[in-house]
Each structure stands twice: as structure tokens, then as C-alpha cells.
Design a protein around this ligand. Structure first.
Ligand code: ATP
Ligand code: MG
Length: 337
């Protein structure tokens, strides 16, 4: 049985962009594949402490992250395994061994590292080394597919290189994850949909953007979120048309409407084709977003901590079994056992 592995860092509250573009697609993948594949959904909490955690409350963020998946409809069958990285100690242990296979040169070439360390006088070692931790996250479970954003593709290739080098030196211990080209095919999209910034629709919506009106957070008061849609930047062309380059604001609204109502984008575009009143479109999208948030927040409120702990107990038992088995093989291959 194949293994699909994915996770999202829990450093802060999510935007509807994170929800629609990352979290929901993961839940859909789990629905589609968990009948005949293992679906490992882990909270990369060791990755979280590489940078500041908003509000400083990592525990609360971790619990909320898992509840988000549950509220989004994550199927809970015997093939879906939810676990916290820090509760499977093999992740930390294998990271050290893989550190001794990875090279400074290849880690130095990671663009994420270059971006994140650029212009800083002091950079923690975790920022440099986290791609190796990530390689371990994948290799411990023989994961074949690792749905990630484009910014992580280089790390998937790195994982393949580290695994190949290890296998050449110590014997065939690791299964290589699929190439990034095959990962993209598996995800079914060449590039994920990007929800745009409401005030500057040329840019994507980001949780770290300071302007509150630019983004809708999952915990926004639904009525307030509707107001943000009403004040979204559009244009003065006076026609409703999907054209991301020429009319990014209007196109973004059409895109949001399609995604929050789970309607094919083409259908939304046809519904509004030829219309000229931007106010009508905004009212419709505002009410759809409001309704989506009301439903989501309602579901979220119903999930108890106890339910999450019980899911984690089962998931972490499974993860420890699988990961420790692989770790032992690795230790034996190296001569540590
Ligand atoms: P930051 O401003 O801190 O970079 P972000 O909102 O860009 O935050 P990330 O933590 O970088 O979020 O990414 C988390 C996930 O959300 C990734 O899978 C990323 O591809 C996805 N994502 C981020 N922004 C959007 C967006 N506007 N639309 C769709 N998906 C998004
Ligand atoms: Mg980002």
C-alpha cells in the first residue's frame, strides 16, 4: 500500500487562502486515496520552532491545526493517521544520521534557506537544516507522494538525493519519494489556485500581510469578513470577466465564490458573464464567505480536545511503530545496532 504524507505548520491562524488552497485540497486527497493508501497527516511541530510562533502558544496552535482538518471534513478511517512530529522521536533521531549524509553545499543551495536567511545577521541552524529533518519525515514512512507547494519542490529533490546517496553507501534502506514532476501529476494541478490579496489583488493573500482588510482569517467574525469582501479592490472597467491579468480583483472574487460554494469556476464565470454591477457580485461573494465561515466555525466549536487526543493516540501509536522499524533498519545499516 502506498503512503501519502502531508502537513502544515501551526505557527499562526490561517487565511481562507491557506484553507482553500492547502488544507481543503489535502482533505479531498485523503477522501480520494485513503481507501487504498495510507494517508499520513502530521503536525510538523519541530519545524514550527524554527521561527517565531504567533502568540507564543504552540500547544494551542497545534490543537487548532488538527481541529481545522477535522472541521474541513478529514475522513477518519483506519488508513488516515494523524500525529505530531515531536511525539515520534524517530524524526529527531534520523535527522542526525541523515545530517551525516547531506552536505553543506547542497543545503546552501536551497532557495528557501537563502530567502529566509537573506540580510539577517544571525540565523539559527534549524533554518539551514530543516530540509534534512523534512527528508526524515518522508523517508521514515516510505512515503511516495508528498503534496507540497512549489516552494518545497527543491526539498523533495534533496530528499531523493540524500536517500540515493545513503542507499549507495549502506544498501537499499530507503524508498525514494516520487519525482516532483510525478508529485505534480498526482496532485492533479500544475499550480495550485492562489487566492489574491483583497486590497492588492496583484499579490496573493498571505497571513503575514499586516493590513487586516487584505486577508480573511478563519477566525474572523463572519459579518466582518463580509465587509472586507465589500471593500475589496476591483477596477473601473465595468464588466465582470475572468481575467487574472487584466482584472485581478474581479477574477479573485469569482475564484473565491467558486471555491467557497464548491462550484466549478466555469459555472460561476458563466453565471456572471455580461453583468456589469460589481456591487451585486460583491454582495453575493460576501454572503457566500460569511456562510462558509459560519459553518466552519460552527463545526470547529463542536470538536473537543478529548476527541483530538484520542485521534492522536491512535495515530501516534501507528507512526511510532512504522518509524521505529525504519529507524532500526537505518541504525543497523550504519552499524549503530
Ligand atoms: P506567509 O505570509 O507566512 O508566507 P502564507 O499565507 O503564504 O503565509 P504559508 O505558510 O507560506 O502561508 O503556506 C501554507 C500553505 O498555504 C502552502 O501550502 C501554500 O501553498 C498555501 N497558500 C498560501 N497562500 C495561499 C493563497 N493565497 N492561496 C492559496 N493557497 C495559499
Ligand atoms: Mg507563504
Amino acid at each position: 500500500m502506498k503512503t501519502i504524507l502531508t502537513g502544515l505548520r501551526s505557527n499562526s491562524m490561517f487565511t481562507i487562502g491557506n484553507y482553500l488552497g492547502a488544507l481543503l485540497p489535502m482533505v479531498r486527497l485523503a477522501e480520494k486515496h485513503s481507501k487504498d493508501s495510507h494517508f499520513n497527516l502530521f503536525v510538523p511541530d519541530l519545524h514550527s520552532i524554527i521561527s517565531e510562533v504567533d502568540g507564543g502558544d504552540l500547544q494551542a496552535n497545534i490543537m487548532r491545526n488538527i481541529k481545522f482538518y477535522l472541521a474541513a471534513g478529514l475522513p477518519l478511517n483506519e488508513n488516515v493517521h494523524v500525529y505530531r512530529q515531536s511525539h515520534v522521536s524517530a524524526h529527531s533521531e534520523i535527522c542526525w544520521i541523515l545530517n551525516c549524509t547531506a552536505t553543506m553545499g547542497e543545503l546552501n543551495r536551497m532557495t528557501q534557506y537563502k530567502d529566509k536567511s537573506d540580510g539577517k545577521s544571525s540565523v539559527n541552524v534549524g533554518i539551514f537544516d530543516y530540509p534534512v529533518l523534512m527528508a526524515g519525515d518522508i523517508l521514515l514512512y516510505d512515503a511516495e507522494y508528498v503534496p507540497v507547494g512549489e516552494d518545497q519542490f527543491q526539498h523533495i529533490e534533496l530528499t531523493r538525493n540524500i536517500a540515493m546517496r545513503f542507499n549507495n553507501k549502506y544498501g537499499e534502506v530507503f524508498k525514494l519519494p516520487a519525482t516532483t514532476a510525478d508529485q505534480v501529476k498526482f496532485m492533479g494541478l500544475t499550480e495550485g489556485v492562489r487566492i489574491r490579496d483583497l486590497q492588492n489583488p496583484e499579490k496573493k493573500m498571505s497571513k503575514s500581510t499586516a493590513a487586516e482588510n487584505s486577508k480573511i482569517m478563519l477566525d474572523d467574525d463572519p459579518a466582518k469578513a463580509a465587509k472586507k469582501i465589500m471593500s475589496a479592490t476591483t477596477d473601473s472597467l465595468g464588466k465582470i470577466k475572468f481575467d487574472m491579468w487584466g482584472q485581478p480583483g474581479i477574477s479573485n472574487l469569482l475564484q473565491i465564490e467558486a471555491m467557497v460554494t464548491d462550484t466549478p469556476l466555469q459555472d460561476v464565470i458563466s453565471t456572471w458573464a455580461g453583468e456589469t454591477r460589481y456591487g451585486d457580485l460583491k454582495k453575493k461573494v460576501a454572503s457566500s464567505v460569511q456562510q462558509m465561515l459560519e459553518e466552519f466555525q460552527g463545526k470547529l466549536a463542536e470538536i473537543s480536545d478529548d476527541e483530538v487526543y484520542s485521534i492522536l493516540e491512535t495515530g501516534e501509536k501507528y507512526a511510532n511503530e512504522v518509524a521505529n522499524k525504519k529507524l532500526y533498519e537505518v541504525q543497523k545499516a550504519v552499524g549503530l545496532r
